[in-house]
Design a protein around this ligand. Structure first.
Ligand SMILES: C[S@@+](CC[C@H](N)C(=O)[O-])C[C@H]1O[C@@H](n2cnc3c(N)ncnc32)[C@H](O)[C@@H]1O
Length: 223
């Protein structure tokens, strides 16, 4: 681990027992523990939710539930988080973590492909028929952390589900520095993320900044 990141990790608010449990179980039961958002980013998510007063959050890519717990832990009592995950083998672990965090009432897990679930949400909100979304059902924050090849499609699918002034937080947008290599690596994930960052920075409907925290977090505010 980079020395500076370790220093940041050592100086962040302790994450609490439920997240300790999720982190440990993720190491024991999966081979992809590095996919966890981790302590500094988790704490940043908690602070963003708290300071923006967000009530409705959508997460793409639950994995073992670490970031979902961070996002939901500072929601008000009537707050809600929908989190979307493709891998149904993770379901038991995810749900146990939510219960241990005391957040099982606030978080709803939707197993299935993100794009399919988002299209279902869009039709439930009337968006696929060209109607405007009911403001009470719009999201305040979308945390994007699923398939890196599909970020542009997720952006298009979630955009009108977010209220004006709401945020999209897109993770891994530096992709290990590959997005600024010259020549650009031609793998689909690097190309997908590079296309996404270009699309966002050219979109006049938003303002955005990439934070170089961990693997890069693009903070995008819908005007
Ligand atoms: C980087 S991990 C998410 C990490 C999690 N947000 C955290 O910080 O703890 C990405 C997750 O997205 C899921 N995923 C990938 N493609 C997906 C898709 N098409 N639909 C739903 N989930 C998907 C993967 O199975 C994986 O669990």
């Amino acid at each position: 681990m980079e020395k500076i990141y370790k220093y940041i990790e050592d100086h962040v608010t302790p994450q609490g027992e439920a997240l300790d449990w999720v982190e440990k179980q993720t190491h024991i039961r999966t081979n992809h523990a590095r996919m966890l958002s981790g302590k500094p980013q988790g704490e940043l998510l908690r602070i963003i939710v708290q300071t923006t007063g967000a009530k409705r959050i959508l997460e793409l890519g639950t994995f073992t539930g670490y970031s979902a717990i961070c996002l939901a832990s500072t929601l008000p009592s009537d707050g809600h988080l929908d989190t979307l995950e493709l891998n149904d083998e993770l379901e038991d672990l995810i749900l146990e973590g939510f219960e241990r965090a005391g957040l099982d009432e606030k978080i709803q897990l939707h197993i299935g492909d993100c794009k399919e679930t988002l299209n279902r949400f869009r039709s439930e909100m009337g968006l696929s028929e060209g109607q405007e979304a009911d403001p009470a059902k719009m999201y305040d924050i979308v945390y994007m952390d699923a398939n890196k090849r599909e970020y542009c499609e997720y952006y298009d699918l979630v955009f009108d589900m977010i209220r004006p002034g709401g945020l999209i937080l897109a993770d891994n947008v530096l992709w290990d520095g590959k997005v600024c290599m010259d020549p650009l690596p031609q793998d689909k994930q690097t190309l997908g993320i590079a296309r996404f960052n270009d699309m966002v920075s050219a979109d006049p409907r938003v303002e955005s900044v990439i934070l170089p925290l961990r693997d890069g977090l693009n903070i995008i505010r819908k005007k």
